[in-house]
Design a protein around this ligand. Structure first.
Ligand code: BGC
Ligand code: NOJ
Length: 803
């Protein structure tokens, strides 16, 4: 069953009823100001950092879920309704939510009044804009009372939801005309404030939440709204908010437009105040002036749409597969932007209060983003590398605001360093920019410790080479990609973090997965430095690659698939010798991609993966699921069977297998797996899948789970980037390389070919792939040996590939 449909021309997902199984959300904002917005207009805003600069409040485990957010009320006679259904929850005569790229539109109609609310974050401004157009479709004049309201967060989202003994005392606002300023803690160390404003005279306002709502009431029926009034409350402590009330008279057929602005501004220390205790509002005024009219709003929306049109031109495809096209052309790339911006920080499931940017997460996110804006990828690589330690190991996470490594989580995830090699090589292949390797980059953010980025990559590679265990396989540390495979932690204390409790440093537990990574990225590093003329070093690395490759074929092969690991007592994990957890997906994908064991092992491994792990939504992470807690494995066995790392389809690693199929040239296998969990392909099962049908989720519950097929943790997942890599570089086969664009499609029988546009190094490659007798690649009319479309002087290069 569906709850909406794709509007491909508008690049929107149109939701046709408010009661989607879960809030179906969208992301607004690209640089500093970010908002999450659900199909009922819930969600929250923050500036750069969802933990440290939260602008509006959100309660993750609220009941009802997703209450609050942007609260609009339209009072028409005795009826109160909201254009997006929430918070008023009055049944609408019609409802639509159109989630577009960086904006969302809510169209509600009730009793002959039409409301169209368009919400966006403009390209280069630090604010969210909400344009409300009200139309009277009746033949009588109507006078409406209209409210727009938000609740402020006292900036630090963790403190805001824990430190009440202080926080109920600090809240402060200022009111100026139709603008409410939130200035909690501005009197002391903060130099930033937020504001909520409407571009029309207000009939009244409230800034104290409890006054606005009234005792025993929630957002559904605030006292002020019920009484069609405002109390002009000036908050003093407690919960500051901004509720703006308009009186709107509409002649028959008349429309009126209002622009609400939710803004954020920072003042230099010496310009904080315009009078003692009074915010210097110059910056807010400038922003409000820039977005004072509907025309200014419309221009900003056009600019945003143009921005996305241009950006998405960088990779387009047209094929016989409508759903594949819609994923590739719009939604998968869009999600790649979101994961690039957010890493794993802020979603409806990632609270934004815990993790900031993940080292391995952001490195992988880059793989799906780098073609969109290589310059931003470059900057990010340097930020990430700057939290690495000088021995090559690294902090696992950092906060986006201060960009410093998170000491609470620390380091010890031994796959982390190699992801830096992966994303840097991907960046250079995309941009052709070797100068990034010379960029002075600190270790652990320490001034004076800067070394060229190349030195960081070298230490990453060396870290793996020098940290191998009894079988010659890389040591796993606290965990590898699978955060829940904690082989050096024997935890018996409820609530203790499995990731930070390394209470049994065996120095023995090894990862076949990291071995697969090393074989692949070690080779990539060797190729890179060969281009720099560092032949001796390249040879040493390649020697290490073959040593580790041999370790995998000797100790990491189980007979019909790759093993997963060796535990702290040197016992295999992911082997027929185990009673549960006999086969894991990760090494099948990575080792085959890395070419370990050649076609023979590759085909066996993928056949086993399908046989034991396959369900209709993809491949589960392991089989059989662990039915009891095992302290020598850690968190993985803490989940009930079928969920998360214990046997769900952990979508992130499915594209590795898709790519592995492509490595073996099996287009049918690749395509079949790709379509099993690509959101557009499973839209019809939205009632089972439950999360948004236009973005990937982290997991889909496996066969052993009660709720088989139910997805969780939508949006912020490495699935976005890897799926884009799998479909664009694997199935469609368009792969940036140092000396050109490699084109080696791996299509299923069901596809005869496709056309694609790919902007690469400033040139637009127009690619036609078709089946035919005369196989080969023709670049601008010239046949080329091999599959490399050479760099072109551009602006357009026409490529035909016959397969
Ligand atoms: C969670 C895992 C999750 C991981 C992400 C852990 O704390 O419990 O299930 O995938 O963090 O880093
Ligand atoms: C989600 C984490 O963000 C990611 O880093 C990890 O690889 C996966 N979970 C698997 O545990």
């Amino acid at each position: 069953m569906r709850y909406g449909y794709f509007d491909d021309n508008a690049r929107e997902y149109v939701i046709t009823r408010p009661d989607t199984p879960l809030p179906w959300i969208n992301y607004l904002g690209n640089q500093g100001f970010f908002s999450l917005i659900s199909n009922t207009c819930g969600g929250y805003a923050f500036y750069r950092d969802a933990k440290l600069r939260r602008i509006t409040r959100f309660r993750y485990n609220n009941v009802p879920h997703d209450d609050g957010g942007r609260c609009f009320y339209i009072c028409d006679g005795d009826t109160v309704w909201s254009p997006a259904y929430l918070p008023a929850q009055t049944a609408l005569d019609s409802y639509r939510c159109r989630h577009g790229l960086g904006y969302s539109v809510f169209e509600g109609r009730k009793r002959d009044v039409e409301a169209v609310l368009t919400v966006m974050v403009p390209m280069d401004a630090v604010c969210e804009l909400q344009k409300l157009v009200l139309t009277n479709t009746s033949d009588a004049e109507k006078t409406l009372t209209v409210y727009g309201a938000v609740e402020w967060c006292l900036w630090n989202a963790v403190d805001d939801s824990t430190n009440f003994q202080r926080n109920w005392n600090t809240g402060e606002v200022e009111i100026e005309g139709s603008t409410v300023y939130h200035k909690t803690e501005y009197r002391e160390r903060r130099n930033h404030y937020a504001f909520y404003s409407v571009n029309a005279p207000v009939s009244g306002f409230d800034t104290d939440r409890d006054t606005f709502l009234g005792r025993f009431r929630g957002w559904r029926e605030p006292a002020a709204v019920e009484n069609r009034t405002s109390y002009q409350s000036r908050c003093s402590g407690w919960a500051p908010m901004a509720a703006l009330r308009l009186t709107v008279t509409l002649a028959p057929g008349e429309s009126k437009t209002y622009l609400f602005r939710l803004g954020y501004a920072e003042n230099p220390q010496e310009e904080k105040f315009s009078a003692p205790g009074v915010i210097n509002k110059t910056r807010a005024h400038a922003l409000l002036n820039a977005y004072e009219t509907a025309e200014q709003f419309d221009a900003a929306l056009t600019e945003l749409k143009t921005y996305w049109t241009d950006l998405l031109q960088r990779f387009t495809v047209k094929s016989s597969e409508e759903k594949l096209d819609r994923m590739v052309n719009v939604w998968n790339q869009y999600q790649c932007m979101v994961t690039f911006n957010m890493s794993r920080s802020a979603s409806y499931y990632e609270s934004g209060m815990g993790r900031g940017m993940g080292f391995r997460d952001s490195c992988q996110d880059l793989l799906g983003f780098v073609h969109l804006i290589p310059e931003r990828a470059r900057e990010r690589i340097i930020d990430i590398a700057s939290i690495q330690f000088s021995d090559g190991s690294t902090y696992h996470q950092y906060q986006p605001l201060d960009k410093r490594g998170n000491a609470d989580v620390g380091s010890g995830f031994n796959d982390d360093p190699l992801w830096l090699v992966a994303c840097t090589c991907a960046y250079i292949r995309e941009a052709g920019d070797f100068t990034i390797l010379d960029e002075p980059t600190p270790f652990n953010n320490e001034k004076g410790s800067e070394q060229p980025l190349l030195e960081h990559l070298r230490r990453s590679v060396n870290f793996t080479m020098t940290h191998c265990g009894p079988h010659g396989l890389p040591l796993i540390g606290r965990a590898d990609w699978n955060d829940c495979l904690n082989l050096n932690c024997f935890s018996h204390t409820p609530g203790e973090s499995f990731q930070t409790c390394s209470n049994f440093e065996s120095g023995k537990a090894e990862s076949v997965f990291i071995a697969g990574m090393f074989v692949r990225y070690g080779k990539e590093y060797a190729e890179l430095i060969t281009r720099l003329g560092l032949m001796d070093e390249a040879k040493d690395v390649l020697d290490a690659v073959s040593r580790i490759e041999t370790a995998v074929t000797t100790h990491g092969w189980d007979g019909a698939w790759f093993r997963r690991a060796y535990d702290a007592f040197e016992r295999p994990v992911g082997s027929v010798l185990n009673d549960e957890g006999q086969i894991f997906i990760e090494p099948q994908g990575f080792c085959v991609m890395a070419g370990i064991g050649g076609r023979e092992y590759g085909e066996k491994a993928l056949a086993s993966a399908e046989r034991y792990l396959g369900n209709r939504f993809g491949l589960e992470i392991l089989h059989p699921c662990y039915t009891s807690y095992r302290d020598y494995l850690g968190e993985i066995s803490s989940y009930p069977p079928g969920y998360k790392e214990n046997g769900s389809v952990f979508c992130h690693n499915n594209p590795w297998v898709t790519l592995a199929y492509c490595t073996l040239g099996d287009g049918n296998g690749a395509f079949d797996l790709y379509t099993r969990n690509a959101p557009a392909y499973i839209e019809d099962e939205s009632d089972v899948h439950r999360t948004e049908p236009y973005c990937y989720s982290q997991t889909i519950a496996g066969r052993d789970a009660q709720n088989f097929g139910e997805a969780k943790n939508s949006w912020l997942t490495g699935t976005a980037a890897w799926s884009f890599v799998a479909v664009s570089q694997g199935i469609l086969g368009i792969r940036p390389d140092y000396d050109g664009l490699r084109i080696r499609p791996c299509l299923p029988d069901a596809m005869d070919g496709f056309t694609a546009g790919r902007v690469f190094r400033g040139v637009r490659y127009e690619i036609t792939v078709r089946r035919g007798e005369q196989k080969g690649l023709v670049a601008d009319g010239r046949p080329v040996t091999g599959d490399l479309a050479p760099l072109s002087d551009g602006p357009v290069s026409k490529i035909t590939v016959t397969i």
